[in-house]
Design a protein around this ligand. Structure first.
Ligand code: GLU
Length: 508
């Protein structure tokens, strides 16, 4: 493939990045890295009315958290900067002028009130007003005035916009790397505004001009931009840049857990799962939306989950590191149809990625959770605890809930478990067990297991009856890891102590 692969992630800082946006960033990153190309971050902030303070910093932090480091961008700089469109604003006007000169664009002086009236008039007839080839000849624009009148209006400072002039009745043929050939008739398109009365370009003009100036080879973005493709392709042609036109790939939508419709912020609120990579506080309303990071997801798990929303490796493999994704990613394996978001699967990915963390690397997070609970613990004990608890957690914040009984004796006993497990004859079994434990010299998991199994066999008891009752005394409920591991960790005195306390409470 072409060596000069350059892709860009081009978010608008209008709020927090949705996970769909993160997926777009990820696919761009994977494609760039796979082909030894360049991953560019460009901030598209030309729409001043939608600017949200903090949103750009949020985007940068989200990319960093997921390990998607741009090669060029507002922070890194690069040979094609600046990377914020607001800092490039001076250059866009000349491109709009170029299109005016070549007849691909025109000035429109229609005031917002005039357009609003037209909209209402059409609406009252059950029709929709569209500024297009059918109506432009009857409107207030440079196509319907002589040159001098236009110049006078402009010199007088009359507000204007510059619109793209679509020829009517033309088939626009486009190639999409995900969808193949896409054909749209230009009669269905409106004459989109390229340059606004506030002196700023619209998204369309700035986006195409910058993709060209930044030598972007592939535009990989969400499906919601597919309707803009005919305009963008037409702009490339109008500028005479068709031979430089990037490849386009429109990624499928991420769907609600029900599979019906696009995943929204509300779905997250209803289903109790985040739709943003990081927590976000709305600067105006103060409303806080949860983030994957704050909910305890590992960035590796998030990246893995996002990669499989729309991309299919073509094998059964589901677990990928970022490096493996780079190796295996192919744009050709991105599907056309929307991918359903499954919050349970997200948890599964986190569980799996936690299992892949080296036990040594877990010492620090375990210790910090335990210290918060006032437990100080040496490395030796931690190295026993970690392999026992790790398989039982999907999040690091579950460490305490899955391990408190290693450090604290139960002060109550789950009534449902008591009812089921504390039967006639149980206290006598526990007496015998306690006695055997007291006499036991080697308190390791293996020797405890051998000894206790022997006692059970000698007495002809049921293994389940003994172990479940013993667990109730040591933990207070029916949960927890293997009891021999737990008992070995607690040591003889604590085990006997818990048994005595439990028996005293539960009675005979
Ligand atoms: N600024 C657009 C957005 O916010 C970029 C779309 C594109 O990638 O062309 O998504």
């Amino acid at each position: 493939m072409n060596q000069n692969i350059r892709v860009r992630f081009a978010p608008s800082p209008t709020g927090p990045l949705h996970i769909g946006g993160m997926r777009t960033a990820l696919f761009n990153y994977l494609f760039a890295k796979k082909h030894g190309g360049t991953f560019v971050l460009r901030i598209e902030d030309t729409d001043q009315t939608r600017f949200v303070p903090g949103a750009e910093a949020y985007i940068l932090e989200s990319l960093e958290w997921c390990g998607l480091k741009p090669d060029e961008g507002p922070q890194q700089g690069g040979g094609f900067g600046p990377y914020r469109q607001s800092e490039r604003r001076a250059q866009y006007h000349q491109y709009a002028l170029q299109l005016l000169d070549s007849g691909f664009a025109y000035y429109a002086f229609d005031t917002p009130e005039e357009l609003e009236n037209l909209r209402k008039e059409y609406e009252s007839r059950g029709d929709t007003f569209v500024y297009d080839a059918r109506v432009r000849a009857s409107l207030h624009n440079s196509l319907t005035m002589d040159k001098q009148a236009v110049e006078e209006l402009i010199t007088a400072g009359t507000p204007y916009v510059i619109r793209f002039k679509f020829e009517s009745g033309k088939e626009i043929v486009m190639q999409d790397l995900v969808r193949g050939e896409v054909v749209v008739n230009s009669s269905t398109l409106d004459d989109k505004i390229l340059f606004k009365s506030d002196g700023m370009p619209t998204y369309h003009l700035a986006n195409v001009v910058d993709d060209n100036l930044m030598a972007i080879s592939h535009v990989i973005r969400g499906e919601e931009w597919l309707p803009s493709l005919p305009l963008h392709v037409s702009l490339y042609r109008a500028f005479g840049w068709e031979h430089l036109m990037p490849g386009f790939a429109h990624l499928p939508l991420i769907l609600k857990p029900t599979g019906k419709g696009k995943l929204s912020k509300r779905d997250g609120e209803k289903g109790g799962f985040p739709v943003f990579p990081l927590e976000w506080q709305d600067p105006v309303s103060g409303e806080v939306s949860p983030g994957y990071r704050e909910e305890g997801y590992l960035p590796e798990a998030c990246v893995n989950m996002l990669a499989l929303l729309g991309w299919n490796p073509g094998t059964e493999q589901e677990l990928f590191s970022l490096d493996e994704l780079i190796r295996q990613f192919q744009l050709e394996k991105v599907g056309k149809s929307g991918s359903r978001f499954d919050p349970e699967k997200a948890k599964w990915f986190n569980h799996q990625h936690i299992q892949h963390i080296d036990n040594k690397a877990l010492i620090k997070p375990f210790r910090s959770v335990l210290e918060l609970k006032g437990v100080t613990i040496g490395d030796a004990k931690l190295s026993i605890l970690i392999p026992v608890i790790k398989p039982r957690i999907s999040f690091l914040h579950e460490i305490w809930e899955q391990s408190w009984f290693f450090f604290v004796a139960p002060d109550s006993y789950d009534p449902a478990v008591v009812k089921k497990r504390w039967k006639e004859g149980t206290p006598e079994m526990m007496d015998t067990l306690a006695l055997a434990l007291e006499q036991c010299e080697s308190f390791t998991a293996a020797s405890l297991e051998a000894m206790i199994k022997g006692v059970i066999e000698e007495n002809g008891w049921g293994m389940g009856a003994v172990m479940n009752a013993w667990r109730l005394l040591l933990v207070g409920e029916a949960k927890g890891p293997g009891l021999f591991d737990l008992a070995a960790f607690l040591g003889k005195n604590e085990v006997i102590d818990r048994m005595k306390r439990g028996m005293a409470q539960l009675g005979r």
